[in-house]
Design a protein around this ligand. Sequence first.
Ligand SMILES: *Cc1c(COP(=O)(O)O)cnc(C)c1O
Length: 398
Amino acid sequence: MPRNAGRHFLQIPGPTNVPDRVLRAIDYPTMDHRGPDFAELGKAVLNGMRQVFKTKGEVVIYPASGTGAWEAALVNTLSPGDAVLMYETGHFAALWQKMAQKLGLAPEFLAGDWRTGANPARIEQCLREDQPKRIKAVCVVHNETSTGVTSRIAEVRKAIDAAQHPALLMVDTISSLASIDYRHDEWGVDVTVGGSQKGLMLPPGLSFNAISAKALAASKAAQLPRAYWAWDEMIASGKAGYFPYTPATNLLYGLRESLLMLLEEEGLENVFARHQRHAEATRRAVRAWGLEVLAANPAEYSGSLTAVLLPAGHDADRVRKVILENFDMSLGTGLGKLAGKVFRIGHLGDFNDLSLMGTLAGVEMGLTLAGVPVKKEGVAAAMAYLADRQRPVARAAA
Ligand SMILES: *Cc1c(COP(=O)(O)O)cnc(C)c1O
């Protein structure tokens, strides 16, 4: 393989670029996870994650990819045959639904168009019709990574309340956590699922559940088999800063560093504003190229990524290949039924104005090289927006 000079541009919507200082933080001798020093690390990361989820409740950290935390949310709270209402926002929602089936649950899958988020009115209607209260949980993906569409979780909560339905609310925030505003407690979410390799700027390998008191109560009666994922021992050990089995110690060093960056140095609200600004600049570039953003509703635009629709007759994966070969940049592929139709630009995590400009320049050159008819005006449109709307200088409270 010939050497590519300079850094690879990893602009898929996760895993994201890991800051050098997070890599340095991981590069430390692994410590005794039962020893006295570990408790301080364990407590620090659990408390930091509470701030990220915006919860005062329980948080558990698994040495697992996000999929593990999906499973944990279901097996800890539900019993065989339980009905769960899931919303087809896109590919990731479909995978979570398949998992529910494999676990012996009875998911009811509300069909979606892969361009809009979960519709609170439809959820409310389903719950109103469920007089016998068979539905035990409503599951929604906050930021659907296959489409770049965000669902309005606070409104989903209101819909459940309006139907006076006791179902738990479970939300996948794997690609929104620490990128897009999210409030576990305020929005009345019962189980939130998160992962390390997207907004948290870490390598893959950690995942999270934030757990409400109601979900904890449900876990006492839930009958699905669980061992590795069981919350009770995780929570009991976590009180003292420990884990019931060997945690991913070095990733926790990295998490402590990324939490310092997000919570103390930049501040979560500034992190969210930065993502919104880069997302808006990206959408302006897409439109200036003469292409279409997949997300249909401006109230649901994602801050983490933008899915770009190609004109009929042009293969998005060929564009991605041209960009990888010529400019050493990886973009997200079209997933599921969007294969070949869209590519996805990840603009989340450790990302700034010039990372965005480099990314958009690579896309604009690649589209032209691949023979897609576009106006070469996207980079200029994004640049004008960024220059106009200066980077917020506000700092996290010291
Ligand atoms: C990335 C992602 C997942 C899958 O997480 P893994 O870490 O690959 O298991 C699930 N849901 C969403 C919304 C994601 O973005």
